[in-house]
Design a protein around this ligand. Structure first.
Ligand SMILES: [Zn+2]
Length: 199
């Protein structure tokens, strides 16, 4: 989970939004082609609320970019992907639910919704970092997806898998500079390779 005092959401200024697609048929045959040595993870984001214009697309792209940096291909699709990691973006957190928590993962679940994020808690953080809100949301998604892939709920001392992000961490997201530690990167990749039947 990413507990923090802040919340987030977005106006995406990232120019290339096309990498994150969610429409039917958006995953073309070429996307499905396995690149040797690059295990693939599918994620499906289901939003139950209005999200600031462009934020979701840029968040997906930012998350994919983060995983790309550790040699894992993160593709977004809700079509025919039974093993996809399903993420629910809820409008509101339940009353009194884990104060300060923006999102949480169920790292030991094998199917169904494995990540839930709360837009009412994210939105203020996104508004505070409006010019790179998509990137901030993408980091939240990447953090939770990493919990699912690693099947652990533990955190790192530094980087993307910190339990709490400081304002300096958020500032790093402006430049996509808050990544996984080398140890996390190696472990995540090993976990994905183990799960990916094509590898
Ligand atoms: Zn966490």
């Amino acid at each position: 989970m990413v507990p923090t005092k802040f919340a987030l959401l977005v106006v995406s200024l990232l120019p290339a939004l096309l990498a994150a697609e969610d429409s039917p048929g958006s995953i073309s045959p070429s996307h499905r082609t396995h690149e040797p040595g690059r295990p693939v993870v599918f994620a499906c984001l289901k939003s139950e609320t209005y999200v600031m214009g462009g934020a979701l697309l840029s968040a997906k792209q930012a998350a994919s970019q983060i995983f790309d940096g550790i040699g894992v291909k993160l593709l977004w699709s809700c079509q025919d992907q039974r093993d996809a990691i399903v993420i629910r973006l809820a409008a509101h957190a339940p009353r009194d639910f884990r104060k300060g928590t923006l999102a949480y993962a169920l790292p030991f679940a094998r199917e169904g919704v494995r990540i839930t994020a709360f837009y009412d808690r994210l939105e203020p953080i996104l508004e505070d970092h409006l010019s790179f809100a998509g990137s901030v949301l993408g980091h939240v998604l990447a953090h939770e997806i990493a919990h699912v892939l690693k099947r652990v709920d533990s955190h790192a001392e530094t980087g993307l898998m910190r339990a709490r992000w400081s304002e300096r961490d958020f500032e790093s997201m402006r430049f996509h500079a808050l990544g996984f530690t080398p140890e996390d990167a190696r472990f995540i990749r090993e976990c994905v390779e183990r799960e990916d039947p094509v590898q």
